[in-house]
Write a protein that binds this ligand. Sequence first.
Ligand code: TMO
Length: 319
Amino acid sequence: MRFLKSVLVSVLSAGLVLFSAGVHVATAAESKDPIKIVINNWSSQLVLANVVGQILESQGYNVEYVPSDSQLQFTAIANGDMHYQVEVWEGSMAENFEKAEMTGGLVDAGTHNAVTREDWWYPSYMNERCPGLPDWKALNKCAEMFSVAETAPKGRFVGPPADWGKHFSERIAALGMDFEEIPVGQAATLWSELQAAYDRKEPVVLFNWTPNYIEAKFDGQFVDFPEYAKACHEDKSWGMNPNALYDCGAAKKGWLKKAIWKGVKDKWPKAWKILHNVDFNNAQIAAAASYVDVEGLNEKEAAQEWVKSNKSVWSKWVN
Ligand code: TMO
């Protein structure tokens, strides 16, 4: 009996070994070192980074999540200290992304289907109260309406966390606006400020972006600033203020890219392909944010949900 039991155990464990060898066969020749996926401080990025990580794990890879500043991350990727960023936004990261790409260490891993915009945004009930919106000059005429004790008589612009590289204070100065940027410490404060104003139909103008869950929950729109051009961020003489950069809005149809360390290609060749294939659209990104900001899941749980219910989407990236 004892003999039988031990035979059974060894047969079972041999089977287990064979089974796990089978699972890992695709990546047998590849490094077991963790692929380091960058995480930032807004919901969709956190969820999608975990989605990508869980997909890689399903293919036998080891994964590590590394927090980084959304501007400094590109040098870290170029140096091979971090390996992949799933959300590179044109409106806030193009310059540092392209600088790192020029060193050769960071590679453009392709553009998502999603079209993006990151800019000043206000609830639609302000259209009646401030005629001429969404034009920025009309907004500026109503500046005092947006003032709080801290900024009066200037209007308050509820700005993003400092590390998001937006240059909004420079824009305010370049365009001579009667606004002052008051940055939040974290993204969640943007939404609580919006909610508080929205509930009382009070004036508020804040930083927002699309795709995001906000557009499904609140009725509002972006402020139209002078049309974006690359030169606006590089050449002072460009635009309506000949002595300043940033006298323009963000791209209205911005790209969303992925960034990868060039060394991934030799170290994890199959992952290199998968990570290029990753492709999210607007609805998927908004839904990713909604799992966290509306349903209250953490990013790991949200990613598990996504991976479970979108197998037909990601199985194409893997094969
Ligand atoms: C990069 N972000 C979506 C926060 O503007």
